[in-house]
Every structure is written in structure tokens, then in C-alpha cells.
Ligand binder design. Structure first.
Ligand code: BTN
Length: 256
């Protein structure tokens, strides 16, 4: 069961670091590290993840998915989908929870959470030549009871919290339990080979679908219309008559 065993810390630099260490030492599939606050929480692309006590959920789930390293981004999408499903049960009055490639959780067009997967690989088999994960740490930050004034000022899309969107505070323990259940369910479907159905559901919740976007990659920046994700989970953008596949980068709306 996801969340067992659970290590609950008052404060740590980053729950992902604690989970990576614990996984190296043999933590089982489903183990979770949670912290009330983080002093050095990190997001994608080396960004800081603001993690004050009482405002959000900061936790890292260890999975022993021996998947190819290229498939790890799929786990990011599965986790975001599990969180989005759970949010609709936690705050049913809010509009449909969305996901934004590659790792954001969005409510009412605002980012309220993010996923940061980090993995360690074992030596790849000599014949296959394909590196496989030994374990994956799925780090999740969710803005639960942030007031507007506590939110980080500059984000790629406007940030919000469950409390702001629903007009009431939430019990962090209850939210964690429901979110873990949502991720466990989505993960089970993934393990049963239902990636394509999950990908379709992800695309139904896709915040960028059919919208004009700006892609800032390592080597170039270009604009186009987001048209879902391919079988590997890479973003597809239609630009100047061609469909381009985005491996990594920042994607923002490019609308008036
Ligand atoms: C992002 O949107 O860039 C991903 C944010 C992930 C933040 C979480 S909080 C728990 C875990 N520990 C970290 O240092 N990062 C992740």
C-alpha cells in the first residue's frame, strides 16, 4: 500500500533527498517520506519549491518500478493524473482538475502542484543495452492551505492553492491519504499495461490541448499549438505545418 512505511519529518532540506537515500538503503515499494516543511525543496529545472509549514504537502513516494529510464517521464504523468483525480474528490466544487506537460497539476487555470521524479538505474543487461530504473522517487508538492500572500511571486503560470480555489482550508493528513490513494490507483492501472488509456485520460485533462504555446527548449524557442502527447509521453506541438516533439523545456501559453 502506498504510504507504508511512512517517515514523517518536521523539517528537511528535500524529501526527495531523504527518499533517494532511503531507497538506496532498501526502502520498499510504496514507502513515503513526508515533511511538514522543506528548507531546500526543489522543483523542475533546479527551481526552488517554496515549502512553508502548514501550507502544503511535501512528500516523496518510492516505487520499485524497473522500467526503462526513458519511461520515467510516464510515471510523472501517472502521478499527476492520480493527484488530479484525487483533487476532484477532495474539492468537488472546483472545476475539473487539469495537468500540464510535463509535471504540473492545475486547477482553474492555475498551478497548484508539481511532480519531480528522480531515479537511480541499475547496470543495464548486456544484451538489451537499455538502462532500467532500480527505483523511482516521485516527489510531489501540493499547495493546500496557502493564502495568496504566501504563494511564490513569480511562476510560469499563476499559482494558487486548494484553499484559495475552494474558499476553505483542508486537513493535510486527509488530503495526503486521498492523494496517495489516487496515485496508487493510477499506478496500478499503469502496471497492468494500461498506459494508452491513462495517456488518453491525461490528454482529456490536458491544460495545453489545442492552445497556442511557446516552447523554450535548451537550444531553441518556438511557438505552435499543443496537440497532446505521443506514446512515450513527449509533448507534440504543431508548428508551421509540422508536428514537433518536445523532449524537455518550458512550455507556456502564448495567448493574448
Ligand atoms: C515542479 O513543479 O517543478 C515540481 C515540484 C516538486 C516539489 C516536491 S515537494 C516534495 C519533493 N521534494 C522536493 O524537493 N521536491 C518535491
Amino acid at each position: 500500500m502506498f504510504g507504508q512505511p511512512l517517515r514523517h519529518l518536521e523539517n528537511t532540506a528535500s524529501t526527495n533527498d531523504v527518499a533517494l537515500q532511503w531507497a538506496q538503503e532498501g526502502a520498499p515499494h510504496g514507502a513515503v517520506v513526508r515533511a511538514d516543511s522543506q528548507s531546500d525543496g526543489r522543483g523542475r529545472q533546479g527551481r526552488n519549491w517554496v515549502s512553508p509549514r502548514g501550507c502544503g504537502l511535501y512528500f516523496s513516494l518510492i516505487t520499485r518500478d524497473e522500467i526503462a529510464l526513458q519511461a520515467v517521464p510516464q510515471l510523472t504523468m501517472i502521478a499527476a493524473l492520480g493527484v488530479a483525480r484525487a483533487l476532484e474528490k477532495i474539492a468537488p466544487a472546483s472545476t475539473r482538475a487539469a495537468v500540464k506537460w510535463p509535471n504540473d497539476i492545475v486547477l482553474n487555470e492555475k498551478k497548484i502542484g508539481g511532480v519531480l521524479c528522480e531515479s537511480r538505474s541499475r547496470e543495464s543487461g548486456a544484451q538489451s543495452g537499455e538502462a532500467r530504473a532500480e527505483f523511482v522517487v516521485i516527489g510531489i508538492g501540493l499547495n493546500v492551505n496557502f493564502a495568496r500572500a504566501d504563494l511564490p511571486p513569480q511562476t510560469k503560470i499563476p499559482a494558487s492553492s486548494l484553499q484559495i480555489e475552494s474558499g476553505k482550508p483542508f486537513d493535510l493528513d486527509e488530503v495526503l491519504a486521498m492523494v496517495l490513494r489516487g496515485i496508487e490507483e493510477a499506478h496500478r492501472e499503469y502496471s497492468q499495461g494500461n498506459w494508452n488509456a491513462l495517456r488518453r485520460e491525461w490528454m482529456q485533462r490536458d491544460f495545453l490541448q489545442g492552445r497556442r504555446v511557446k516552447v523554450e527548449g535548451a537550444r531553441e524557442t518556438f511557438c505552435g499549438v499543443a496537440v497532446g502527447v505521443d506514446e512515450s509521453g513527449l509533448l507534440r506541438v504543431s508548428s508551421e505545418g509540422k508536428t514537433r516533439v518536445v523532449l524537455a523545456g518550458d512550455v507556456t501559453l502564448d495567448e493574448d
